[in-house]
Design a protein around this ligand. Structure first.
Ligand code: FAD
Ligand code: DLZ
Ligand code: SF4
Length: 518
């Protein structure tokens, strides 16, 4: 009973449901590097390296176990353009009783699989992706009767279900959430930890050369690649994080520092999203650090909340809301994405630093993504499609099931409030409080008007003003709207004019000053 088993580039886990009942004596595993996956967004150069190197090493691992793998490389002249095309090609070369796949991480591929099922001469069985802690069915059951899908309530349910950081039915320490203790500024002189990162192995080096030749014009720096590409490297990175970094994760989780993209963050999303790490295992290991007295509760709870809470929650929302989710544009944002999102050529020190980090490392931490680039795109009213395309293109960990709810929902409020009860809009004051950027900036974070005024300030008040008919009655925005309404008509006009000038300058180009050049 030969079975053709498809494994995608972000399904590199030996526990994958598509491999569950694999019989090495008869089955064939199909893995394919194809142009459609390589070009549906213009991926960062490092993301190609991650996916192709990890795919090739995973195929070798299966072969070492005696499994027959049909591995198609991108340069293969006979290769089909798409994953479906490769399945059909494999079915031309041999006969199989059925095709088995694990559900993909994107609606685009769900639709492609539906078409494949009609075309293929053998039945296609698509199995649930069991590498998540909450199944899609369980999330739908939780969401079913609710008017609002708040992460905090989902997270509490997940804590109860898994028993993570629980004492009986109560959260350890008496509180569910230590978010308020995650916003500290490191004392002056605190050195950010050094992060031992894997050097490219032979497979990775070979892929890097291919990527340079084939995708040399894509965004990003290639030679700085230092992400785990197999389960051993991913485990070593996680071990280092749990032992050395996790204790500081809680305190400084939200802080941003110039030239320091990594801070106390895990750097595990890429390995986790392609299947080299298991989310529940990571959470249990982090809990173990707390129970052994090696990491404080605010750090461990904060970290577990990101994986058990946020990661599972955004996945649930992605599948629940369907393929039409990304067509929403609740704030009717229509502007273009300014050029400096790609070049980093701006006088805004915060934006220049984040873009430079993204260019060099394909990485920025959560607050940089949300409160610098996301916030600016929100305030400028950039069309969600352009913003989503940018986030998909520049991050090492970008896969639509996780990118879209974060960008479309959380950062842009384009879903009208499914992901969050209010937009994460902020003026320069927030960035100043949570970073060391403003001291090094050509703009004055305290000024609202004038040529040197921080662009975030007028844009923020103008955003509130423009969106007053939509957001003005939102109870969670009562305070800023009270301030806005207390402004004189002249002050409001001055802000509108300043915001208009700022938008023009940011789109057409600022005068040369303190630019960080990529
Ligand atoms: P840490 O800060 O160490 O957190 C640990 C883990 O928790 C992460 O590895 C991740 O798996 C999980 N996590 C934390 N926050 C979130 C979240 N909001 N959603 C889902 N998982 C979370 N994450 C992606 O994996 N891919 C994306 O494409 C992506 N796009 C984003 C876009 C925007 C606008 C925003 C605001 C966030 C986005 N995130 C995305 C979530 C988050 O920023 C990254 O998961 C995190 O920065 C990865 O770095 P880390 O491993 O060092 O995370
Ligand atoms: C991201 C990516 C890239 C660049 N290339 C491939 C590929 O050639 N073959 C493959 O199987 N997967 C690739 N991937 C990952 C897929 O795009 C990913 O499985 C979907 O986006 C669903 O999450
Ligand atoms: Fe960013 Fe404004 Fe601070 Fe400059 S002054 S770093 S633009 S927040």
């Amino acid at each position: 009973m030969p079975v053709l088993r498809l494994v995608l580039g972000d399904q590199l886990s030996e526990s994958l449901s598509a491999l569950a009942d694999l019989d090495p004596a008869s089955d064939l595993v199909l893995m394919a590097e194809v142009m459609e996956e390589a070009t549906y967004v213009p991926h960062h150069k490092q993301k190609f390296v991650l996916v192709f190197s990890a795919m090739r090493q995973f195929a070798e691992r299966l072969r070492d176990r005696g499994v027959e793998v049909r591995y198609v490389r991108l340069g293969d002249p006979a290769a089909a353009a798409s994953l479906s095309g490769e399945v059909l090609r494999a079915l031309e070369d041999a006969t199989f009783d059925k095709i088995v796949a694990t559900e993909p991480g994107e609606w685009r591929l769900v639709q492609a699989f539906e078409t494949l099922a009609h075309l293929a001469p053998a039945p296609l069985e698509v199995r649930p992706d069991t590498r998540f802690i909450c199944s899609r069915v369980d999330f739908e059951t939780w969401a079913g009767p609710r008017r609002e899908l708040r992460m905090e309530f989902f997270y509490r349910l997940m804590r109860r279900k898994t028993g993570l950081l629980m004492e009986g039915d109560r959260p350890i320490g008496g509180q569910w959430n230590y978010d308020a203790e995650n916003r500290k500024r490191p004392p002056k002189g605190t050195a950010t930890p050094t992060r031992p990162r894997p050097s490219p192995n032979a497979t990775t080096l070979a892929v890097m050369a291919e990527v340079a030749a084939r995708f040399g014009d894509n965004f990003g720096r290639l030679d700085a690649f230092a992400w785990p590409t197999n389960a051993e490297e991913a485990k070593a990175a996680l071990d280092d994080f749990l032992i050395h970094i996790l204790p500081g994760f809680g305190d400084y989780q939200d802080f941003m520092a110039m030239g320091e993209p990594f801070m106390w963050h895990g750097l595990i999303s890429a390995a986790l999203n392609i299947g080299l790490l298991d989310p529940l295992d990571i959470c249990r290991r982090a809990e173990g650090e707390y129970r052994a007295g090696r990491a404080p509760l605010n750090a461990v709870e904060g970290f577990v909340r990101q994986i058990l809470g946020w990661r599972e929650y955004v996945r649930g929302v992605y599948w629940l809301e369907g393929p039409q989710y990304k067509a929403r544009n609740a704030l009717q944002a229509e502007a273009a994405l300014p050029e400096f999102f790609w070049t980093g050529r701006t006088n805004m020190a915060c934006v220049a630093d984040v873009v430079s980090g993204v260019h060099d490392q394909a990485y920025a931490h959560h607050i940089q993504r949300l409160m610098v680039t996301g916030n600016l795109a929100l305030l400028l009213g950039v069309h969600p499609d352009a913003v989503n395309a940018w986030y998909m293109a520049v991050f090492i960990d970008a896969f639509e099931w996780v990118e879209l709810p974060n960008t479309h929902g959380m950062a842009l409020f384009a879903d009208g409030g499914i992901m969050s009860s209010k937009p994460y809009a902020a003026s320069g004051a927030y960035i100043n409080r949570m970073s060391d950027y403003c001291g090094a900036c050509a703009y004055d974070v305290k000024a609202r008007l004038g040529e040197n005024a921080c662009p975030f300030n007028a844009l923020y008040w103008d955003f509130l003003s423009r969106q007053e008919h939509r957001l003005g009655a939102n109870i969670r925005m009562a305070l800023p709207y009270k301030t806005l309404r207390s402004m004189s008509p002249e002050a409001r006009t001055a802000i509108t004019d300043q915001a208009e000038r700022t938008r023009r300058t940011l789109h057409l180009g600022e005068p040369e000053a303190l630019r960080l050049k990529i």
